[in-house]
Design a protein around this ligand. Structure first.
Ligand SMILES: *Cc1c(COP(=O)(O)O)cnc(C)c1O
Length: 347
């Protein structure tokens, strides 16, 4: 066995940097349920300002910020329109039904991106037989879409469809930071078109914990009530919020490095004999499909024996995610190891 581990399973595996740990240790804290944690208050205002929106609320996870948003926007029996690969549908434990008693209209998007035309066609007519279309939820970047980014002009067209049909528009922006950096966009432009935005600090930005939900005053007021019901109100969590403030100040620009690392993996994989296709790489996620008959879990095992951790997202698909704790040396090593793997026929 080699003595290194290069962990590409997810951008959630990062550990706080020394600078972040220092910021956490120095954090001013208080009881956030009383609204008295200065670090949480500062992180919430900073994030709201970043998006040019009125308010924000700090939560333990991105699942919680999404689920709170869905609960705030809907009534039982309403319908949510989203891509079939959405995290809110695929990976939140059926929370749309469990927490909000809503149905879902799934659309087959383009690498996780749905279009204004598809949404227009999915809005239910005003008919007692039908659920009431209430909310559109987009994901940028799209996780199962391979880190793909929306074209902002399409998001504006989607906003127009939502206005026409009085639908709320939510963004699952767990990795929005990656999209902003990749497309050279500003958070402000997103704040102008969405009713609510969820962002994670524990993915691209390297924090141990934390997500924020951003919206207008009345929406966030309602969200505070729902967070309490969901058991997500914390006390002296300013230690964690301080990591978030540090990350927003220091870890945004460096996402470019993660993206160029992902590009290097893409170009290596494209010419490997056991790889059938690599999904287009736009940010920090690399998803590839194996040649017919090859198994993703088997390749993941082979990589593991070589000290490289990856994730089989389907029987024939493997995902690699670059992040704060992946160095250029690790990418060199991975490229070297990938080139050494030989599949015998029938393997
Ligand atoms: C990771 C992720 C979330 C939230 O996940 P948590 O682990 O609950 O923080 C939400 N949406 C997308 C697209 C994600 O990738």
């Amino acid at each position: 066995m080699q003595n290194w581990i290069i962990d590409f399973r997810s951008d959630t595996v990062t550990k706080p940097t020394p600078g972040m740990q220092e910021a956490m240790q120095q954090a001013a804290i208080g009881d956030d349920v009383f609204g008295e944690d200065p670090s949480i208050n500062a992180l919430e205002s900073k994030t709201a300002e970043l998006f040019g929106m009125q308010a924000a609320i700090y939560c333990p996870s991105g699942t919680m910020t999404n689920q709170i948003a869905i609960k705030c926007h809907t009534q039982p029996g309403d319908e949510i329109i989203c891509d079939e690969n959405s995290h809110i549908y695929q990976y939140e434990g059926g929370g749309i039904a469990f927490n909000s008693l809503c149905s879902v209209k799934l659309l087959a998007g383009n690498f996780g991106r749905i279009s204004a035309a598809q949404i227009e066609g999915a809005v239910q007519p005003d008919d007692v037989h039908r659920p009431i279309s209430r909310l559109v939820s987009l994901e940028n970047t799209s996780n199962r879409g391979g880190g793909s980014c929306y074209d902002f002009a399409e998001i504006q067209r989607i906003r127009a469809v939502c206005n026409k049909h009085q639908l709320a528009l939510h963004l699952d922006g767990a990795r929005l930071w990656n999209a902003l950096i990749a497309k050279n966009e500003s958070a402000i432009q997103y704040g102008q078109v969405f009713d609510s935005i969820s962002v994670c600090l524990s993915k691209s930005l390297g924090c141990p914990v934390g997500s924020l939900l951003v919206g207008n005053h009345s929406f966030i007021k309602k969200a505070r009530r729902i967070r309490k019901v969901f058991g997500g109100s914390m006390r002296q969590a300013g230690f964690l919020a301080a990591a978030g403030i540090y990350a927003l100040d220091h870890h945004l620009e460096r996402l470019k490095t993660d993206h160029s690392h992902a590009k290097r993996l893409e170009s290596t994989l494209q010419i490997l004999h056991f790889v059938k296709i690599v999904l287009p790489v736009e940010t920090n996620i690399v998803i590839f499909e194996l040649q017919d008959g090859l198994s993703a879990p088997a390749l993941v095992n082979t990589l593991k024996e070589r000290g490289i951790l990856a994730y089989a997202i389907a029987p024939n698909r493997v995902r690699l995610v670059t992040h704060l704790d992946i160095s250029s040396d690790m990418i060199d090593k991975t490229v070297e190891e990938l080139n050494r793997i030989k599949y015998a026929a029938g393997h």
